[in-house]
Design a protein around this ligand. Structure first.
Ligand code: FPP
Length: 241
């Protein structure tokens, strides 16, 4: 049977810390192992013809972690950008960072801008990395944009509707998120893509992110294919009851 391949898959990569703890290693080691899993899954998603892959790398709330862990995560992000961008570009991947990057140091901001610029015309997989991202932040920044359009007289109150809101939120130019995967055994969204996930299918697995591999990804797609997506409607066959 042919499978439906979701256009847009978003992943909450959880469990790096526990993976490291199980091995008596530092949490930073878990994050480094997490980066290896990122490499694997990006390659595999492109191979499976996923159009958009969005990864939650650093949430607005992750600043609350101990300073040494925040530093390790930011250093890893810088390392990944320095090391992987050429390769992503060679593989026709378009890289976007979503989130409030103004809070990062100028070196990282510069790397992000350069990486986005280098890959902007690529036509293969679109890879979004959510960094200093929060779903509530995203909704607030959209509301601010709309308010400024209204103050500038470009729109009136009547123009503000779901479509208008959807046209200013992060990733408004990309296909809808169809599948959200969360690794690491927790059952929550943790302030990820609150607006964009409205009708996404949610898939939770106990697998810790560094152990998540090509087969785990395929399993998530298989389960997605067993879901009945109704978008608030009813199926024709249910109308007879
Ligand atoms: C959650 O695990 C993971 C993160 C907060 C960071 C995710 C980062 C990576 C996968 C590596 C870097 C990726 C890029 C794109 C540079 P956790 O620390 O909350 O694990 P725990 O729940 O077991 O403590």
């Amino acid at each position: 049977m042919t499978q439906y391949i979701p256009n847009h898959v978003a992943i909450i990569m959880d469990g790096n810390g526990r993976w490291a703890k199980q091995r008596n290693q530092l949490r930073a080691t878990g994050h480094r192992a997490g980066l290896k899993a990122v490499r694997k899954i990006v390659t595999h998603a492109a191979k499976r013809d996923i159009k958009v892959l969005t990864l939650y790398a650093f949430s607005s709330e992750n600043w609350k972690r101990p300073a040494n862990e925040v530093t390790a995560l930011i250093s890893l992000f810088i390392y990944a950008l320095n090391r992987e961008v050429k390769n992503l570009n060679k593989n026709n991947v378009r890289l976007n960072i979503i989130g409030d990057i103004s809070k990062f140091n100028p070196n990282l901001q510069n790397l992000i801008i350069k990486a986005q610029h280098l890959t902007e015309n690529n036509t293969g997989l679109i890879l979004n990395i959510a960094a200093n991202y929060g779903g509530r932040w995203d909704i607030v920044q959209s509301a601010k944009k709309i308010a400024s359009h209204a103050l500038d007289g470009k729109i009136t109150l009547q123009d503000i509707n779901e479509d208008y809101f959807g046209s200013v939120i992060c990733m408004n130019d990309l296909p809808e998120v169809e599948l959200v995967i969360r690794t690491g055994g927790e059952y929550r969204i943790s302030n990820f893509l609150l607006w964009q996930c409205a009708y996404a299918e949610l898939y939770f697995t106990d697998t810790l992110w560094p152990d998540f591999n090509q087969a785990s990804f395929d399993e998530a797609i298989n389960i997605f294919n067993t879901r009945e997506r109704r978008f608030g409607d009813v199926l024709n066959e249910d109308l007879s009851c």
